[in-house]
Structures are given as C-alpha cells and as structure tokens.
Design a protein around this ligand. Structure first.
Ligand SMILES: Nc1ncnc2c1ncn2[C@@H]1O[C@H](COP(=O)(O)OP(=O)(O)OP(=O)(O)O)[C@@H](O)[C@H]1O
Ligand SMILES: [Mg+2]
Length: 371
C-alpha cells in the first residue's frame, strides 16, 4: 500500500495554516501569513514571496528571517533573474539541497546571509502564476513531504489571494455607492439653491421697469456663481482629511446666511454643548439636515422668526429647527421629497426625525442622532 501523502499531524498543521492565511484582512497580510506559515510548516530559517510583474520579473518581494538592518545593507530586493526565476520558467516546484551548486544560481549580493537548501513553489490564482513562495535553509535540507506540504499551502494561498482581491473589489463597489449617495445629496442641495435664486428673479419680474434692474439681475447671477462655488467646495470637501479641518459653526452660519438671503424671516442659530469636534461621519450629515429644515421654514412657513439649534448631549446630537409660521397639517400634506430624505438620513444614522406642526402654530423639525 502507498504511503499517505500527509501524516495526521501534517493535516492538522495545514488546517491551522489555512485558517491563518484565510483569516488575513488585507492582501499584504495574506502574503505575509503565507510566508510565515511556509516557514513554520517546514522549519525553514528564511522565507519569501515574490509577486510576478510583467515579463516574469518580481514586482513585489515579501520576506522574513533576515534582520532589518541587514536588509538595508543588502540593498534592493531581487528581480528574479537567477534561481528565483527558475520556478517561474518551469511553472512547477523546485527542491534543491545546495543553492550554490545549482546551474541557475547567480550568487548572493554583498551582506546577504549564506543560504544553502532551497524549496520554491509557484502560487496560482485562477490558472495564472501570481508569484512564488521561496523557503531556504532547513537543517538537513528540505524533504519530499516538505514539498508536498508547501504545494498544498500554495493552493490554499492562491484561493486566499483570490478572496482578498474580491473583497477589495467589493469595498470599491461600496465606495462607489457612497459616492452615489453623496451625489444625490448634492443634487438636493442644488435644487434648494436654484429655488432661492428663482424667487429672486421672480420678485424682479414684478418690477421690470425699475431702473435698478440691471444691478439686481447681476446680484441674482452672482448667487448662481456662488451656488457653483459651493458645489465645488462640497465635492472638494468629500476628501476625508478636509472634513476633519472644517468647523461646523462656520459652515452652518454660511449656510443659514446664504439660504435666508432672499427672505424676510429672522434666522437665529444656537449652539449648545461641545459641538466643535463632532465625529467626521456626522459632520457631513448635519448640513443637509439643516438645509432642508431651514429652507422649508423659509419657503413654506412665512415665519417671523426661525431658530435652528445644534445641541450636543452626552449620547446624542440634536438638530432642531423651530418656526413661528403658518404650520401645516402633516396628515393632510404628507412628506415631500425633502422631509422624506431627512427622515431616511436620520434613520440611516441610527437616529430619528420628529416633525410637529399645526395650522397656525408653527413647525418644529427635530432630528436626533446617536453619538
Ligand atoms: N416649516 C414648514 N412650514 C409650513 N409648511 C411646511 C413646512 N415644512 C414643510 N411644510 C409643508 O410640507 C410639505 C412637504 O415638505 P418637503 O420639504 O418634504 O417638500 P417640499 O419642501 O415641498 O419639496 P422639496 O423639499 O423636495 O423641495 C411642503 O410642501 C409644505 O407644504
Ligand atoms: Mg423641503
């Protein structure tokens, strides 16, 4: 009867190796885990993984076992010309008792520690050679069963690399979806701005024989320019490091100023609690919430006074807009796009929106977000 390829101990170690390699979160971690488990499985003193670029040369070289200061002395990583290229050319595993005796060996650069025995196998991802796993310096040389173990590890590694690539692609999809959501927000914001400009032009139309007409049209056009500028800033600000530098007070004051520009209602902004260093993820949600509730009050309420409050409590952030205007019957009117967006935004963040209004009593829109 033929000897089994792996002993029960080998199988247990391979399963452990598979768990380590498959458990890595990032591609680099996967590659490092492959090198480490290869060394563990065989007892090699050194291990490395070369990722193939074009023309069979190594575009990345991950290695273990050589102390960092020695690595610095050795200089640039190998390109895969000598023995390291042999595996790529052959497309199969190579096991050599003494590196120096091999015809493909080109020798080591200065400061490189001596390495004697060698074992290398290709790692395939979906039929293509992705790279090679190299192990060197096992005492007494590598055995046939080491080769079998490392070949099994290479198969596990290939599927782990494919997985890591897939999950990276899925993350990219998630980012694209996030972008789409932001684009939708931008769209909403633009509608509000253009609406305000439209009102300005409307008022102008009623006084068409006024001598100041040219100046007012210029003002209105200026507003359009500002909208474009604010849109640009919006997109620019999507870059995370910039979010971190922004100041919510200033942004809200700017927003309220620009929204209230064409209305007679008096707008008041209040800040309560420590609102100056809010988590980034909330920062970009506050502006559209205020924009919607404030512009609703300006456009629909005919209010004398509107108060928007940003309040930070221990576990919650409250964004409240109160107006003393006409109010409306929530049951009868229902939600438009604006209020619906606002509710969705709040619940997406694990919070909620409460809208209270009555004809003649004014409207309160209160959004509560968990911190
Ligand atoms: N503060 C308010 N005072 C009076 N009526 C309001 C107020 N807020 C909302 N409404 C009424 O509720 C309706 C729905 O509001 P919502 O913001 O959802 O839509 P909209 O403002 O009409 O449209 P959009 O927000 O898409 O531009 C409004 O059309 C208006 O009749
Ligand atoms: Mg609205």
């Amino acid at each position: 009867m033929e000897e089994p390829l792996f002993s029960p101990g080998d199988v247990a170690r391979l399963v452990g190796a598979a768990a380590t390699v498959a458990g890595a979160a990032e591609l680099t971690d996967t590659l490092e885990a492959l090198v480490e488990t290869g060394m563990d499985l065989t007892g090699a003193k050194y291990g490395a993984l070369g990722v193939l670029g074009t023309h069979g040369f190594l575009k990345e070289f991950i290695h273990k076992g050589i102390p960092l200061d020695v690595v610095d002395q050795i200089g640039p990583p190998p390109a895969g010309h000598g023995l390291l290229g042999t595996i790529t050319r052959r497309g199969g595993g190579v096991r050599i008792p003494h590196i120096a005796d091999h015809p493909d060996s080109v020798g080591f650069p200065e400061h490189h520690p001596p390495m004697d025995s060698f074992l290398g196998v290709p790692i395939r991802v979906a039929d293509e050679v992705y790279g090679n796993l190299y192990l060197t310096d096992k005492e007494g040389g590598f055995l046939e069963e080491d080769m079998a173990l490392v070949e099994a590890l290479a198969i596990i590694g290939g599927s782990a690399i494919a997985n890591a690539r897939l999950s990276r692609r899925l993350r990219t999809v998630a980012i694209v979806e996030d972008r789409e959501r932001i684009a939708r927000d931008l769209h909403d914001a633009i509608i509000q701005d253009i609406f305000a400009v439209g009102l300005g032009l409307q008022a102008l139309a009623g006084r068409i024989d006024d001598s100041e007409i040219a100046d007012e049209i210029r003002d209105a056009t200026g507003r359009l320019d500002e909208s474009i500028t604010s849109l640009r800033r919006f997109i620019f600000d999507l870059r995370p490091p910039v979010w971190a530098q922004r100041r919510i007070r200033e942004e809200l004051i700017d927003l309220a100023d620009s929204l209230a520009d064409s209305y007679t209602s008096q707008v008041e902004l209040l800040f309560r609690g420590e609102v100056d260093n809010l988590p980034d993820r909330l920062f970009d949600e506050i502006l559209p919430i205020v924009r919607e509730s404030l512009s609703n009050a300006l456009r629909h309420a005919g209010a004398v006074k509107i108060t928007t409050t940003l309040e930070r409590r221990a576990q919650q952030l409250i964004i409240r807009t109160v107006d003393d205007g006409a109010g409306f019957d929530i049951e009868a009117v229902g939600d438009g796009m604006g209020l619906e967006n606002l509710r969705t935004r709040a619940s997406d963040l694990g919070g909620f929106a409460e809208i209270t209004s009555g004809v003649g009593t004014g409207t309160t829109v209160e959004v509560t977000l968990p911190l």
